[in-house]
Design a binder for this molecule. Structure first.
Ligand code: NAD
Length: 483
């Protein structure tokens, strides 16, 4: 629905559905409520599951030639591009992110539909030789109903990241949108509806995680759970999944480190620091939240990073500021208390560490701590804010041990022009993906996911598509048994 007069609705089985209770949505740059959305309840979850099951059972997504699905995905991508101008400002306002980043998020969402649309007619099984008595082949069947729980930091990107491969493979999807940023994501439903996606193939519900999210992941008729969010929520969802043995993909948190050697290109490094930890106000699961720097260049790097942080223009996302607010007052308080704790544990505050004076919204100064040691909370716990922890090292082995010294394993990076050292890094670093000389290198095409407390399963790339199908083997006896 294009204009809901700031009273947004849930999308259930192809219809826009209101509710008597509402969830208020706040602008992080001002701290003021500016819209509300219908608060879904457990009856809405039931309605969405019934609609999704009816869609799956009808065969409308699977009986057609796969190229029909591929073309629909391509139309969805086009519709997303058509709505960027109206939808991106909304994403910027509800999340706080810059308008440019909000636009980019919608364009990435469109790209997921193009990418997985291109795969929709290439999900091919194998023929397995078993000798002259048999014909054996496999094919891939969609799992059925994919329940997807989305966080607030990149709601449109992360929603599209799982929705696109799920639809490309012929599944019906129910999305539980984040309570803090539920508005822009509804535009994905509008794009899908305009593109002709059958009713029931997509529902998007906004409601409290513990009530609506829990009802969805505990529902006996869903066939998979795709969760992106915090570790404690992921752990509680895994318990619910265990009840019905529902397969899950878990994209959880991180505490990722970049390792910097003396031969690193300083411009490349500083550009990566700028985006690695200050993009989206540091609210990125794969943020560069730790910088491990060789002692020979340690003081120089700390000074340059301080200059970079101090130079960032703080302000509202809608004005395309370089450092935008964090998403909520609660998030702001949490980050400030982590900064206080870092100081009390002995980390050296280089710059930032507080809310900037004179700004009404949920801002945090770009913050850099140096001399952070492995025993400090800041070294091991996710902050999810614009806070960088810098630690010196002397040897390569020490650097790998420090980088791997948390329970997470989402991404890691190395800055060096020594090719063999970068290969050693890629082997030594315990993470789902390793960046060399550019933080966030990769894209829609490259598999993404974690190890340890960062979760399991992969999103993005060709690999992710196979999370949304089950393999079926068919073995046919073609000769009569010898008498
Ligand atoms: P969160 O876990 O608080 O919430 C995520 C989603 O889960 C929300 O939609 C919420 O309503 C829902 N939820 C909460 N309790 C639930 C329950 N019991 N059952 C079902 N759903 C429930 O996380 P958040 O604060 O929205 O996001 C920040 C976290 O997400 C960070 O830890 C970050 O690292 C992680 N994250 C990971 C990735 C990734 O791809 N690995 C990407 C983005 C964010």
């Amino acid at each position: 629905m294009t204009d809901m007069n700031n009273n947004w609705l849930n999308f259930i089985g192809g219809d826009w559905v209101d509710a008597s209770n509402k969830i208020e949505v706040y602008d992080p740059a001002t701290g003021e409520a500016f819209a509300s959305i219908a608060r879904a309840d457990t009856d809405d979850v039931e309605r969405a599951v019934v609609a999704a099951r009816a869609c799956v059972n009808s065969g409308i997504l699977t009986d057609c030639r796969p190229v029909v699905r591929a073309k629909m995905m391509s139309r969805i991508a086009d519709e997303i591009r058509n709505i960027v101008d109206v939808a991106a400002p909304l994403l910027s306002q509800e999340n706080g992110k810059s308008l440019d980043d909000a636009r980019e998020e919608f364009l990435i969402a469109a790209r997921y539909f193009d990418y997985y649309g291109g795969m929709a007619d290439k999900i091919e099984g194998k023929s397995i030789p078993l000798g002259e008595d048999y014909i054996d082949f496999t094919y891939y069947e969609p799992v059925g109903i994919s329940a997807q729980i989305v966080p607030w930091n990149f709601p449109v990107d992360i929603c599209a990241r799982s929705l696109a491969p799920a639809l490309a493979a012929g599944n019906a999807v129910i999305v539980k949108s984040p309570e803090i940023t539920p508005l822009a994501i509804t535009w994905l439903a509008t794009a899908c509806k305009r593109a002709g996606l059958p009713d029931g193939a997509l529902s998007i519900l906004c409601g409290p995680g513990r009530e609506v999210g829990n009802a969805l992941v505990s529902h006996p008729d869903i066939n998979q759970i795709i969760f992106t969010g915090s570790v404690p929520t992921g752990q509680s969802i895994l318990k619910a999944a265990a009840e019905h043995a529902v397969p899950s993909v878990m994209e959880l948190g991180g505490k990722s480190a970049a390792v910097v050697f003396p031969d690193a290109d300083m411009d490349q490094l500083l550009d990566s620091v700028r985006w690695g930890i200050f993009f989206n106000a540091g609210q990125v699961c794969s943020a560069m939240s730790r910088l491990l720097v060789h002692r020979d260049i340690y003081d120089d790097v700390v000074a340059r990073v301080m200059q970079l942080a101090k130079g960032l223009r703080i302000g509202a996302g809608i004005d395309n500021a370089e450092l935008t607010p964090v998403v909520s007052a609660q998030q702001q308080q949490q980050i400030l208390s982590i900064c206080d704790r870092a100081c009390s544990e002995g980390a050296r505050l280089v710059t930032g560490g507080q809310a900037p004076a004179g700004l009404q919204g949920y801002f945090i100064e770009p913050t850099v701590f140096a001399d952070v040691t492995p025993d400090m909370t800041l070294f091991t716990e996710e902050v999810f804010g614009p806070v960088l922890a810098i630690t010196p090292f002397d040897t390569e082995e020490e650097a790998w041990a420090l980088a791997n010294g948390t329970d997470f394993g989402l991404v890691a990076g190395v800055f060096t022009h020594d090719l063999t050292r970068s290969i050693r890094a890629s082997r030594a670093l315990r993470a789902g993906q390793v960046f060399v000389n550019e933080w966030y290198a990769g894209g829609v095409e490259t598999p993404f996911g974690g190890l340890g407390l960062s979760g399991f399963g992969r999103e993005k790339g060709q690999e992710a598509l196979y999370s949304y199908v089950n393999t079926k083997n068919v073995a046919i006896r073609v000769t009569s048994p010898a008498k």
